[in-house]
Structure formats: C-alpha cells, structure tokens
Design a binder for this molecule. Structure first.
Ligand SMILES: *Cc1c(COP(=O)(O)O)cnc(C)c1O
Length: 389
C-alpha cells in the first residue's frame, strides 16, 4: 500500500524534517489527520492561515473569483488585484504595491528597488550596500539568503550576492558604524525576528534606524512577511513605533492561505520600478488577491484588540508555569523559552493534540488571529503539561 508518508519520503526532495502527521481537513483552529486525530492548531501553517482552516467567509471570496477567472497575466488589468492594492495603500499610507508570490520574492523586489533607486541617484553602483541585522531571516533565494544575517545560512551555496553588511541587532552604534564605513542604500529589518528566535527589537533601536535612513537618504525596509497582516496586534507591526518605512514587504498570512507576496513602496521609491524592470507571471493572481482582500478587510480594530487579548491570556496562563523560562514576542507571534528542548516539546505536543512550531531554541506560537479563547486555553494547558513533564 502506498501511503503519503512513504511517497513523500521517497519522491519529495528531503528539505524538511516533517512530523509524522498528515493533516487532511480542519475547521478554524481545529485540524484533523488521516487517522481522525484532532489537533488544536497553534501554528497556522507558519503564520499563513490568518483566520484558521476552511474559513467560510474566505472560501466564499476565493471561490467566487475562482469560478470567474483563475489567472490573467500582468499584461491586462485585474479588478481584485487593483482593489487589494488600494486597500493596502489606504491602510498604510504607502503609495504603490508590487505583487509576487512569496516572502523571498517580496524581499528580492525591495532589494532591487533600493539598489535601483541608488543607481538612479548616483549613476553607478557606488551606494549598493544594504545593512541587515544579525539573527534576521529574509528568505531562501541566493540573494535573500545573502541578506539573512546568520552565518549558518552562508555555507555551501556560494558565491553569494555581495553588498550586504550585518549589524548587531539592537546596537545603534553598530548601525552607524556600518553606515559610516560604506555608502549604503538601505537598512532592512524585521521588528520581531521570527525565524531568528522571536527576538523583539527595542522601539528606540527601530526609531534610530529610521532616523539614520532619513539622514543618509537610505531606504528603511521593514520585512513584515511574518509580523504583518494583524499578527502582532496592528495591521503591520511597524505601526507600533511611530515610523514611516520606505518599503514594507509581506507575504505569509496576506492571502489567508494562498501564495501571495507584496512589496509596498512609500513616496521616496514609489516610481523607482518602471516597465520591464521587474515582473512576475503569477504576481497579483486574482484568486490570491480576492483572498487577500477578504483577509485585510477583516483585520479591523476589534479583531486587533482580540489579538492582544489572546496574547495576554497566553501570557497569564504561562506566567510562573513549570519549565517556562520566559515568553517573548507580541500579539499572536510568541516565543517560549523552556527548560526542555523546543524540538522535544513540539513532538510531544503534537502527540497530545496541539500543533506548535519552534524558532531556534524556543517554542513558537502563531495561532489563527480569531482562535476561540476556550480552544486557546485548552491548548495552552496541554502545552504547559508537556513543558513541565
Ligand atoms: C518566512 C519569511 C520569509 C520568507 O518567506 P517565503 O514565503 O518562505 O519565501 C522572509 N522573511 C521573513 C521575516 C519570514 O518570516
């Protein structure tokens, strides 16, 4: 008998360490596997299913578009895509959007834009360097790996794209030292480093990076691939800091479970990309765009205050719990440092019916933004038991 686990292990590239779980369906924050086991999902497919699994309202929006037209190239106009761009710009104050299909692509587009803007300003590549942070994660393409400030990503796939320098995260002086050392065109950062271990950057540091960029005519690029789309209690996490980034990138939860990336441009770079300078076959796909319109329109004040209430519930339940060292993050992007190895907790929690993720040495929680509080409470009690064991 051919089963999915055997077929996967035999025929799919071995890039992932998978848990022996095959999810086949779900409803909201509950998922079921092929054997009928029930799981409370605190991972959302890595911050993707913003309103959970098979959300009826989202399905309605997506299928309505799917039955009209599944794809049109970017040689023509597309209503849901245009509407989504307008909503994103109105909600952020940004001026234009480029649509792609993933976080890595959204970041590639940001990098190209920063470099092209510097090229158009100086007439050459003299200001091509981009400062990123140690512990960051920006994607898996060669260039976004190069941008990723973790040495472990910089082996065996070289030569890497040049022109990235890495600042010690949280160290304002180091940022200035790098900007003084080389002519730079941008700083790129995550307000909370997700893959890097749910590391929260100080508000003071983020504001200093913004000031530096304004002083030196550099662009501030905020990578909101994971932190965005309501995840941290505001539509985009930068909105907590009273700053105006020049570029915001997002993907993961944007379309609620369909592949979509977006690069939002502010006034300093809205017209840098011109016909032929960038593109994507699938970018702005109407079905994904219809899904994203549904998701973004539902991320309102009420939903966002619910995200912060759920964060507080999780923090209250975990406070002083046996084996919990500390909790980092904001909104529904939380990291739990535990006495026990995070990988062990993830596996044991799955066996106990709770799906969680890890980030470096922490257990990471990224539940749906509308997870019912009773389910959340049930899941955290199970998780606490596993952590304490
Ligand atoms: C996941 C992630 C990416 C990469 O997104 P993909 O869609 O996997 O290409 C980039 N940046 C951050 C902050 C991420 O969390």
């Amino acid at each position: 008998m051919e089963n999915t686990l055997d077929l996967t292990n035999k025929y799919i590239a071995k890039t992932y360490n998978r848990a022996p779980v095959q999810l086949i369906r779900g409803a909201g924050s509950l998922a079921y596997d092929a054997a009928g086991n029930r799981y409370i999902d605190l991972g959302s497919g890595i911050a993707v299913n913003q309103f959970g699994i098979a959300d009826p309202d989202w399905i309605q929006a997506v299928t309505a578009q799917l039955s009209c037209l599944q794809h049109t190239s970017n040689l023509y106009y597309s209503e849901p895509t245009a509407r989504l761009a307008k909503i994103l710009c109105e909600r952020t104050g940004m001026e234009r959007v480029f649509f792609s299909n993933s976080g890595a692509e959204a970041n590639e587009c940001a990098i190209k834009t920063a470099r092209r803007r510097a090229y158009l300003t100086y007439g050459d590549a003299s200001h091509s360097t981009i400062i990123t942070l140690r512990g960051s994660f920006h994607g898996r393409t060669i260039t976004t790996l190069s941008a990723t400030g973790q040495d472990s990503f910089h082996t065996e796939f070289g030569p890497f794209t040049g022109g990235f320098v890495y600042a010690q995260s949280g160290d304002i002086e180091d940022l200035y030292r790098l900007a003084d050392g080389e002519a730079c065109c941008a700083v790129m950062l995550e307000t909370i480093q997700g893959e890097g271990g749910v590391n929260v950057l100080d508000a003071e540091y983020i504001q200093a990076a913004w000031e530096l960029c304004q002083q030196r005519d550099m662009l501030l690029i905020i990578d909101e691939v994971q932190t965005g789309n309501g995840r941290c209690g505001s539509l985009y996490s930068y909105m907590h800091y009273g700053i105006t980034p020049d570029i915001v990138t997002t993907a993961k939860g944007l379309a609620g479970g369909l592949p979509m990336g977006a690069t939002l441009f502010g006034s300093r770079c809205a017209d840098v990309l011109t016909p032929g300078s960038h593109g994507s076959t699938f970018g702005g796909n109407p079905v994904a765009a219809a899904g994203a319109v549904n998701i973004i329109n539902r991320i309102n004040d009420e939903l966002l205050s619910g995200v912060l209430q759920r964060e507080q519930l999780i923090r209250d339940l975990l406070a002083g719990a046996n084996g919990v060292v500390d909790v980092t993050g904001r909104g529904l992007m939380l990291g739990i440092r535990c006495a026990k190895p995070a990988g062990e907790i993830m596996a044991q929690a799955a066996r106990a019916g709770v799906l969680v993720l890890t980030a470096k040495d922490k257990v990471r929680l990224l539940p749906a933004l509308n997870i019912p509080t009773e389910l959340l409470q049930e899941a955290i009690e199970i998780l606490k038991r596993v952590i304490a064991e």
